[in-house]
Write a protein that binds this ligand. Structure first.
Ligand code: PMP
Ligand code: GLN
Length: 381
């Protein structure tokens, strides 16, 4: 039978991580820390594993975890979420995003994404019969072109997907951006899907402005996050969805038959840890900003141009002074010739601009790894 996803191949994350493993390169491509989450959190997982919490969790998530999430979004974003009806624990943000898209998008519905767009959105839209419109963010700071968005909103799209902080560019939205978005959406039926998995990784004193923090936007938003980034546990694949009751009910219908529920001992452990260490996330900006600054400082004498990233644990390197190669070729060259694996960002575009000369590097790595990578990158001219 013809493929349902004819244009989809292996994701760039698997491809580059595999190449890094095959060549022995330092892997700064796929986004994951090379260090573990807190010991106390891992101890809670062992505790629950050994205390017989090994059967199905409740479909929407363990109540204590939903309550901890509701408490967090109330405290940080002033958003009141009823943990029984408006918070759903999912198997990673990836499942939450798929469930949200499947819950909203009917055949023929239009969905707007901003390019470069994280790669799990469009396949989910396509599988559900939707049509994806790609709006390019505007370099150098990868900002939204509001006029382009306004023009497309006349078509009454079902959904706009907003990834903030933004992977792969690190761009972070301002209050003005949220207000602008609210103005443009005011008279439309369009919903928002907020992918906020890097909500706690923002730099230089910026606040993270969740869609949940803006009442007019929150009323039409499904917001997804992930514990993987916040607790350095990307392999646990636990995330969550917060949305008003009617939208949450639809997301839960999909979640119920996509995975039914998410791994039990991890949920109990995360609930305990959130309650016992509510300050954990407040250390992340400093923790990752130190890594960003260390990495950027070491690259100051390289031939790359870079503007320190605003959020996420990704730094873009502009290599136009080194080569006019395509970024896909440049990424292979870096891996093979100097032993540093990176992500080309053109793969996140429907139509990559011709003069796109950026690579994305993940700095969620030990100081020694970052130093070694930077030293190798400085050799490139
Ligand atoms: N959205 C973005 C922007 C991401 O970078 C990631 C993963 N790194 C995800 C979603 C998926 O998160 P998870 O691993 O929890 O499925
Ligand atoms: N989100 C991670 C990144 O951006 C990758 C996750 C994955 O491999 N699916 O690198």
């Amino acid at each position: 039978p013809p493929s349902r996803l004819p244009r989809v191949g292996t994701t760039i994350f698997s491809t580059m991580s595999q190449l890094a493993a095959d060549t022995g390169a330092l892997n700064l491509s796929q986004g994951f820390p090379d260090f573990d989450g807190p010991q106390a959190l891992k101890d809670r997982v062992s505790h629950y594993l050994n205390q017989g919490h090994n059967q199905y969790a409740p479909m929407p998530g363990v109540p204590a975890l939903r309550e901890a999430i509701a408490h967090k979004v109330q405290t940080l974003y002033g958003y009141h979420a009823d943990p029984d009806h408006e918070v759903t624990v999912t198997s990673g943000a990836t499942e939450g995003i798929f469930a949200a898209i499947a819950a909203c998008v009917r055949p023929g519905d239009e969905v707007i994404v901003f390019d470069p767009a994280y790669d799990c959105y469009e396949p989910a839209i396509t599988l559900n019969g939707g049509i994806t419109h790609h709006l390019p963010l505007q370099p150098p700071h990868f900002t939204i072109d509001w006029q382009q968005l306004a023009d497309l909103l006349h078509r009454q799209p079902r959904l706009v997907i907003v990834n903030n902080p933004h992977n792969p560019t690190g761009a972070v939205l301002t209050q003005q951006d949220l207000n602008q978005l609210a103005d443009l959406l005011a008279e439309t039926p369009t919903l928002l899907l907020g992918d906020e998995v890097y909500e706690h990784i923002v730099f230089d004193g910026r606040p993270h402005l969740s869609l949940l923090s803006h009442p007019a936007l929150a009323a039409r938003s499904i917001v997804v996050s992930s514990f993987g980034k916040t607790y350095h546990t990307t392999g646990w694949k636990v995330g969550y969805v917060v949305a008003p009751q009617a939208l949450s009910a639809e997301v839960r219908k999909v979640h119920q038959y996509l995975t039914f529920s998410t791994s039990t001992p991890f949920q109990w452990a995360l609930a305990d840890f959130m309650n016992q260490h509510p300050e954990h996330h407040t250390q992340l900006p400093h923790f990752y900003q130190a890594k960003r600054d260390h990495f950027c400082d070491l690259l100051r004498n390289s031939h790359f141009n870079l503007t320190p990233t605003q959020g996420t644990y990704f730094q873009l390197l502009d290599y136009h002074a080194i080569s006019d190669q395509l970024d896909t070729e440049m990424a292979l060259r870096l891996t093979r010739e100097i032993g540093v694996a990176a992500i080309p960002i053109s793969v996140f575009y429907a139509e990559p601009p011709r003069d796109l000369h950026y690579l994305r590097l993940c700095f969620a790595k030990s100081e020694a790894t970052l130093s070694q990578a930077a030293e190798r990158l400085c050799h490139l001219s």
